[in-house]
Design a protein around this ligand. Structure first.
Ligand code: ADP
Ligand code: ASP
Ligand code: MG
Length: 620
């Protein structure tokens, strides 16, 4: 008999009528012969209401008490759903996370699942009962019976973890949209349903703001090969299937504590081009990368960081064989700027190009690093210990890449393999002949360059000015933040080296959750005297817009298309950060929604749209 785990989100159980409708759907499936474990969220917005109550009582509520409070929401919905199912004549029983035996770490409000006991579930299933389980909660691994929660949106993770533990045929996530769409339909009403998406793409989208799935749920599905489907609670349409490659067999012990990093990737054939002092106004990145794309040059990492309020630095890497052509484009571009845009009297601000021929890119990759702020810091520390200076940092939730000098590469890899416990025996990666992965790569062929777009309005940008340019600084900074559980996202290190009091310095900027920005700033201030940087600024009025697609690997022009679309709408790009399958831009908060709509349109992601080509580059 097929065992299905179904999960219903807050809106789907938001009223008595909706609970009854869910009960009807469950009973229909049970009568069709399926064994069912049903995971539910709290009704409607009740978790938000509980959070609001807590903040009325305390400005900084203790995490343990938050878990006591928030876990009650799901206890209401499981009992009501179980009653509604029984009302329809189908035996059912509700269980809290603790009653099931969903054992987690002790970290309140963000616990990871360690193990799930299946005995009690199996007993009820064997008795022909539907088992209704509270999502989002567990019990800490100690004798104290402490209730934990998994983090907001965590019911998806409960459901997929249960499916993995029970070796279920399918995990179906029922929600208030028809499935996974090209972007959030609340912002772009004509977003298009995707019949399927790779787990890699969904992981990026989920961690860049597409809250339709909790990223950790995707991580578990990918690690254990769970068949995962996202569908509408209101229709019988098939929804979206999240496709995972066949996984290596792995133990169910330490379920969510899979190794944080499962691959170290190296590309020794890169070269870096940095344009310093380019004007900070809409259209500059569009024009530059448009010119690069027009020469059919594929760029890999791109980063842009802000400097003195008037000018930016943009750096990118290309395959070394293309360096001369890319450099010619960059040179021509920089020469064109002063004549038209820069104040002629101010020669110190003339744009210029720096080229670093011998560059290597080393990356750590793994879905296990989601929500573990210490992993990037560990990488920086490993590089610092090997005396490797980091030239560029580019991050996503599932990958951190650093551009370093080629001659440091062997030391870097040895140190990283040692730190992350990865076998030091490379196998070639699928994407390019010059890159090496210390594990087989799982690239999916023949996908369009961009599958989806996401907007995150809940981030803040922190800039640390004039950080002395020596190995170990990034390690120290991000290790300290990680130690205080502050997750950072896009990290960007400036290209420009400024001499301050005789010391070469660079700026480091990163984004973090808005709620954590002020504590991050306060923490950074405490180590300022030791590390010797200048000042720290916080900007909360930012938005991050991103595009994701496995097909963008080796596809020139994707970045240019995004920048051109934004430039045409006069949206200024403040920060750029890339990984192989995503490209994110930080823009001002006010432009966020417009930026998402613009890029969604530019990549013809809307229903019924025909592809538009934006390869000719207009000077904005
Ligand atoms: P649930 O309560 O069922 O878990 P959520 O509110 O957590 O539902 O997630 C569903 C919501 O995610 C949708 O209503 C939609 O607004 C939002 N969303 C954001 N990005 C996407 C996307 N790419 N595809 C579908 N929905 C998305
Ligand atoms: N009720 C929890 C929340 O609102 C968990 C969930 O809905 O997934 O975050
Ligand atoms: Mg959700």
């Amino acid at each position: 008999m097929a065992l299905i785990v179904q999960k219903y989100g807050g809106t789907s159980v938001g009223s008595v009528e909706r609970i009854q409708a869910v009960a009807q759907r469950v009973v229909t499936a049970a009568q069709a012969g399926q064994s069912l474990v049903v995971v539910v969220s709290a009704m409607g917005k009740s978790t938000d209401q509980l959070v609001s109550l807590a903040h009325q009582v305390s400005s900084n509520p203790c995490h343990r008490e938050m878990d006591m409070l928030l876990s009650t929401g799901e206890q209401v919905s499981i009992a009501l759903l179980s009653m509604a199912i029984q009302e329809l004549g189908q035996p059912a029983v509700s269980l809290t996370g603790a009653q099931v035996g969903i054992v987690t770490e002790t970290a309140h409000t963000r616990a990871r699942i360690l193990t799930i006991s299946t005995d009690r579930l199996q007993r009820y299933l064997d008795d022909g009962k539907v088992v209704v389980v509270a999502g989002f909660q567990g019990i800490a691994q100690s004798d104290d019976l402490e209730i934990t929660t998994l983090g907001r949106g965590g019911s998806d993770t409960s459901a997929v973890a249960l499916a993995a533990a029970l070796n279920a045929t399918t995990c179906e996530i029922y929600t208030d949209v028809p499935g996974i769409l090209t972007t959030d339909p609340r912002i772009v009403p004509d977003a298009q349903l995707m019949p399927n998406i790779t787990a890699d793409e969904m992981l990026e989208l989920a961690s860049l703001g597409a809250k339709v799935l909790h990223p950790r749920a995707v991580e578990i599905a990918r690690n254990y090969g769970v068949t995962l489907v996202v569908r509408s609670s209101w229709t019988d349409d098939p929804g979206t299937k999240v496709i995972s490659p066949t996984p290596q067999p792995r133990s169910l012990d330490g379920l969510e504590l899979a190794q944080a990093v499962d691959a170290i990737e190296v590309d020794t054939h890169q070269a870096k081009i940095a344009l310093l002092h380019v004007p900070d106004r809409p259209g500059i990145a569009a024009q530059l990368f448009g010119n690069v794309a027009a020469k059919d040059l594929d760029v890999d990492l791109i980063i842009q960081s802000i400097h003195d309020g008037n000018t930016n630095d943009i750096a990118f890497t290309v395959n070394r064989d293309c360096l001369e052509r890319a450099e010619a484009v960059a040179d021509a571009f920089s020469r064109a700027i002063p004549a038209t845009n820069m104040p002629t009297y101010d020669t110190s601000h003339t744009a210029y190009v720096l080229v670093e021929r011998q560059t290597a890119k080393v990356s750590i990759a793994g879905a296990g690093m989601i929500g573990r702020p210490g992993v990037a810091a560990q990488m920086f520390l490993a590089l610092a210990k090997a005396n490797v200076n980091i030239q560029m940092i580019s991050t996503s939730e599932v990958k951190v890449s650093c551009a370093i000098h080629l001659e440091d590469c062997d030391r870097a890899i040895t140190s990283l393999c040692h730190t992350f416990n990865i076998a030091h025996s490379p196998v070639p990666a699928a994407s390019t002949t010059s890159s090496t992965t210390f594990r087989a790569s799982s690239k999916t062929e023949n996908l369009p360059p961009v599958r989806g777009a996401a907007l995150d309005l809940k981030q803040a940008r922190i800039a640390i000015h004039a950080v002395p340019d020596r190995p170990g600084m990034a390690a120290r900074i991000f290790e300290m933040l990680a130690h205080h559980h502050i997750s950072v996202d896009t990290i960007i290190q400036s290209q420009r080296c400024r001499i301050v009091n005789g010391t070469p310095t660079r700026d480091i900027a990163f984004t973090t959750a808005q709620g954590e920005a002020q504590s991050a700033k306060a923490l950074l201030e405490t180590i300022a005297p030791e590390l010797g940087y200048d000042s720290i600024t916080v900007d909360e009025a930012i938005a991050k817009v991103s595009i994701v697609g496995t097909g963008m690997i080796g596809c020139p022009g994707v970045a240019a298309k995004m920048f051109i679309a934004l430039a045409r709408k006069k949206i200024n790009v403040q920060m750029i950060s890339t990984s192989e399958i995503k490209l994110s831009c930080v823009v001002q908060e006010l432009d966020g929604v417009k930026a998402l709509q613009t890029i969604h349109n530019a990549f013809s992601l809307s229903r019924g749209s025909t592809p538009t080509l934006l390869t000719s580059v207009e000077c904005p």
